[in-house]
Design a protein around this ligand. Sequence first.
Ligand SMILES: [Zn+2]
Length: 779
Amino acid sequence: MRKPSHLTLVVVLALSAALLPTSGGAGVPGAANLPVLPDSPTLLDPKGLGPEEASVVRYVLPTRKRLDAFVDTGVDLDHFVDRVAGGLEVHAIVTPSEVVSLAALGFRPSGVVRSPEDVRSVLAERAIAIREERRVQASHEDDVKVLRADYYEGASGNMLYIEAHHVAGVLPTDLLVATWAGADGTIQGARQMSRFTDSGEYMYHYLSVSVTERPHSVTVLTENLTSDSLDVTDWVAEPPTYEETYLSDFITHFLDPTEAYARIEAIHEEFPGITEIIELPHPTNGYGEQARATIGSSNASNVVVVSNAEGHEGGNELVVRFVDPGAADSPLSVSTGDNEVTVSLATNTVGAVTSTAAEVVAALNADAASLVSAYTYRGDAGAGVVSPAETTLDDGLDAPDHISREPFRVRALRLRGNVQPGEEPRVGVFIYSQEHAREWSTPLVAIEVAERLARNYATDDNTRSLLDTLDIFIVPSMNPDGSHYSFYDYASQRKTRGNHCSDAYHDSGYANSWGVDLNRNFSVGSRFDGYSGASSSCTSSTYSGPEELSEPEAKNEVWLVNEFPNIKFSMNVHSTGNYFMWPPGAYIAEGRVPLPRPTFAEESYFWEAGEHILNHVKAHRGTVVTPARTGPVIDVLYSAAGNSADEHWYNRGIFGWDFEVGTTAFQPPFAEGHEEAMEFANGTIGLLEVARDYANDDSPPTSTFHSSGGDFWFTSSEPATIHYTTDGSEPTTESEVYESGGIRTRDGEIVHSTGGTSVRWLSVDIQGNVEAAQQGTVA
Ligand SMILES: [Zn+2]
């Protein structure tokens, strides 16, 4: 939208001047220095003149016959013949040496019509025109474009955040400097910007700086002194206030999944009129594990024994004995009894034990397969001789007995008010927490929201209208098995407990590494599709699983959004980092090829709705989710192949968001976890308000046409897709789509056109409300 600054003009004019010809350049003979014609050609050696350039030279020939003789020399003539005083005038295109040769034949020139210098002037004129056209083009594309300039006041002070895109900014040495100024233009500060690259691709420059007062505008300058300016926008400046009577704060300690699910059951018991429990069909693997032991003292002699039964089903009572028979020449044998497996080891002629780990493993798998399976240690050949031992197998699980070891039934609490028989499906919202087990604050967000909605319904108008308008689904822990393991065994557990590891990974030393990263197990932009950010290693913390949707937890999530296709919004609650994100969440690393970006209207909607949600987050204790941490996952965090927000957005058009709650730790002190739950419960209420507005919006958008200098662009009253024509035809929803001005910017594109062009357009909002067609003329 910017016009070139005078600095830009100065630079371009200097460049243009450098291209202008200098007279008589490079010693090439031109018309201005045609040789003074000698009487004898021998006085001039044309060979010393270098490459020759032709001029258009005038000759006057006294008679027609003399003209014929001139033509017979083979001279290159243009089509000019004119009768003049003294005969016939013709124009020859000749080099200086040809002039000399012709002179030797008696043809003397009588002047120069056009010289190479004249041609050079034409070329220079052409070069200047091209340069000027490029300059105009460059000023449109902006050598540098300020994408955002956000000011916010939060718990960490007053901040200015700037992003700018340098068209040529592909080198680390490309510097951008940001300045910011008050309303009167007084510069308040300047700072070099940082350059952000991802997967080898330059993204943008950014700067986050503490300021004492709100700047009015920012200007970003390149080394070439091209520049762009943008007025500063307020970010999350309108946190809402909650009524004094609004009930909140229902969390007193971190909740393990057993407790969290008990809470939604209790809410349902107490408020059956506005709630339902939806049982998701795929039972998880369960918190329970097989019991196991590693028996031996070295990699070569270790035998890994794993019970068939899970620990709580008898595996933990199973005793394995390796026995020295106390006799020479004894064979290797295996016997089994209730809760016991005995291996009588082989001996040699002097009674020494000779059975190797590999032999014991083979014997156990042959003769004790009804109770256990056995493995050498981590793929070792198992050539070491086994020692006598007695070991009780153990599942290693430390949760108290009331934590079920059985497959877990994941459930959703459904909240709706004032349901009428036969009513149309409502706009659905799906809130789900704890895909990642260790993120302990996230179920608190879900439970706090559920409690607030149920308990304020009778008394709070806003809550009542949310429940009476929407169809809300809350799952407090998508990954209960991993989460129980995180609470009671290994706090840093991230994944599910679905173990897809092969034989070499069966010893309990790997117990904390089994499982699938649930947020990498979905079917869009997955590792299997070639996208970046998921691992094929079964022990990696981002293991994708053996195939898309291999895990019951992922199947449950997909089942819910398929079963309730009215779900239009989803919130995938994670921690940490205070991020707020949306699709795309994955790219192919080579060339950083992302999943398709949302349209300009959709992206605008994500931003606009996002600000409403983040205002709610800020309301609790001033936490600002910064613009730097708001946006598509791939632009602000990293590529996460096969994540669930992409699954919902690309397969079903669900506006899929991710929260990353909290600044500190996956398991912060409860006082902090409590605050995180309160502020992101606020944010979730904000999301429900966004969904309610979506449900209630049946009015078309209002779009506005702007134009200047042959360019045009649009703005609209709400996020909307604008379809336009420039050939005078009636616009339809098939007409050209008005695009974004680029990633990270709020603006739409500038369309280059010519003055007087008739533009016709219509706009369609996110809900599909259509504005009547309009017409404008490009200025
Ligand atoms: Zn997470």
